[in-house]
Design a protein around this ligand. Sequence first.
Ligand SMILES: [Fe+2]
Ligand SMILES: [Fe+2]
Length: 187
Amino acid sequence: MTYSIHERDGLPSELQTLLADYPRDAWETHPNFAEAIEHWLGAHLYFKRMGAILTKETQLFLDDKRSTREFGARIGHYGNEIIQHLHNHHHWEDHTFFPEISAADKRFDIGLDMLETDHTDMDVLLDRFTTAGNTAIKSAQNDPPKAYDAAGKLLSSTQAIQTFLDRHLEDEEDLIVPILLHHKMRG
Ligand SMILES: [Fe+2]
Ligand SMILES: [Fe+2]
């Protein structure tokens, strides 16, 4: 069975046993909803916001609403930011957080494997984004006629990151928050 992110439209039903008892709309009011869980969910919101900013900035450049200099500076700044933070976040999840969850409840290991595979797939998208971003910034500076073409490619890349994050983060939260609440973890 494949749990590939490119074929999922939600958390696979066989991994939803705890989600049924701990539905998303009841998380925040649950007595085991610890501050650390809120922070983790906050990091996910931040990634989504960064993805949206990158798409918006690229679109503004394509619409002639950003100068070449502004475009280069903003894509460079927000691009580095999201790449670095995502890298740290995934590293911590793979090496610290997921092993902790697996030790508390073995039933969902296959879901944790699925999420780790997502992280590897995300690296591919981030590499493509880095290449597209560097090309767009360089052509904006040195070869303006090519800049729109390059920015168009960058736009597909930022949109792919957004689509990926939406799926990955929702499934990750739907798998993990119920486990944390059920076992009163990170309180
Ligand atoms: Fe995460
Ligand atoms: Fe993750």
